[in-house]
Write a protein that binds this ligand. Sequence first.
Ligand SMILES: Nc1ncnc2c1ncn2[C@@H]1O[C@H](COP(=O)(O)OP(=O)(O)OP(=O)(O)O)[C@@H](O)[C@H]1O
Ligand SMILES: [Mg+2]
Length: 246
Amino acid sequence: MPIFEVRGVSFCYPDGTPGLNDVSLYISQGECLGVVGPNGSGKSTLLKILAGLYFPQKGEVLFSGERLTEERLREKSFRENFRRKVSILFQNPESQILFPTVWEEVQFGLLQMRIPPEEAQKKSKEMLEFLHIEDLKERHPYKLSGGEKKKVILASLLALDPEVLLLDEPTDNLDPRSASELTAYISKLSQRKTVLISTHNLNLVEKVCSRVYLLSEEKRVEAEGEPGELFRDRGLLERLNLIEVG
Ligand SMILES: Nc1ncnc2c1ncn2[C@@H]1O[C@H](COP(=O)(O)OP(=O)(O)OP(=O)(O)O)[C@@H](O)[C@H]1O
Ligand SMILES: [Mg+2]
């Protein structure tokens, strides 16, 4: 059974702008899936729907075979289980910052999960070291650069060891070394977790994803398949505005 199944989902923002148009897709347990599409094709909208933050007006989303709805998420046990298992990294990590220091930010989720403080500190320290951001420990997350912010939020999510990671443009804003370190890490991570990456970075998808969905400007699924194979179709990529024409 897929861990997520999206069936005929359409979503419209309150101002009437369509966010997704009749999208169907699935994510299998343990796979590393890519979602690629031009600006405004609905990638971020899709990730927020999968994270149970938006609810489609049409179609349905299943998580481990159960319908993911606003009503279900109001149930404490369902919500806690879902939130523990599924983490999302927003495209704009600023909206995920809650605390005045990086150190508190990274520990917060762990403490909220009632992990003993000593263990939470140990885990947070490991994650900061892992992402090479120990030096930022006492800094205010708001006052960091875009890439630094992304690493801080990523550290706080990874510390929780979720089963499913929804990563919205994870390499955006990262310098080449950080991007390639993160790519290597995601590749390692995907051996034991389910990962969904939304990105414009076709290289990243080719390196780490076993399957990819291509979304169009009409916010529909245009194609699905193995990245190496799909990306050979230059005409398709040009038509979808995923590579420069020429
Ligand atoms: N809060 C919002 N209110 C109204 N419309 C929105 C809102 N957020 C996104 N949209 C619209 O929904 C559509 C899909 O946007 P979305 O952010 O999901 O695209 P995306 O594929 O993530 O784009 P990008 O590559 O630029 O990150 C776009 O037409 C966008 O203008
Ligand atoms: Mg986006």
